[in-house]
Design a protein around this ligand. Structure first.
Ligand code: OFO
Length: 171
């Protein structure tokens, strides 16, 4: 059984994951418009993944006797300076999500809610993985550079990453 405090905090995380999904969707559309199909694919996939994170929380809340609140849709940032800006914005957003998950884990601990604490460990690992992915991507973009053919090579690199991820997840 969830305490009111844990239920509220979990619902705030539902909204955050939903918003993350929307942000990735907008980034994917921006890349698509700029003919960066590999980056677009990667980000469309990530938008789906964030929705899955939201759904996992929703089911957990409902299964634990709480009431999952469907979040409002707020329009995300639509325009970006360049592909570096896209991935840097993604990375900064992931850092915020990681901080929110850490806070949630702390609340579960304070409330002596071992089940929620345990459930959240999956999100802790997932955030670490995502931070690593975006940090590596940003490093690659800096290395390759976005001038001239650099953009093409970045897009190919991200396309390969999206395909590898999809294969690993059995898609
Ligand atoms: Fe939901 O994993 Fe990132 O934000």
């Amino acid at each position: 059984m969830l305490s009111k405090k844990v239920e509220k905090a979990l619902n705030e995380q539902v909204a955050m994951e939903g918003s993350a999904s929307n942000h990735y969707l907008a980034m994917a559309c921006w890349c698509d418009r700029e003919a960066l199909s590999g980056c677009a694919q990667f980000l469309f996939d990530h938008a789906e993944e964030e929705r899955m994170h939201m759904m996992k929380l929703i089911h957990y809340i409902n299964d634990s006797g709480g009431f999952a609140v469907t979040p409002a849709i707020k329009q995300p940032q639509l325009e970006f300076e360049d592909v570096f800006d896209v991935f840097d914005t993604a990375y900064q957003n992931e850092l915020k999500v990681s901080a929110a998950i850490d806070n949630l884990v702390e609340i579960a601990d304070q409330e002596k809610d071992k089940q929620t604490y345990q459930f959240l460990q999956w999100y802790v690992d997932e955030q670490h993985e995502e931070e690593v992915t975006y940090r590596n991507l940003i490093d690659r973009i800096k290395l390759i550079g976005i001038e001239g053919r650099g953009l093409y090579f970045i897009d190919k690199e991200v396309e390969t990453l999206a395909a590898t991820k999809a294969a690993n997840e059995g898609k």
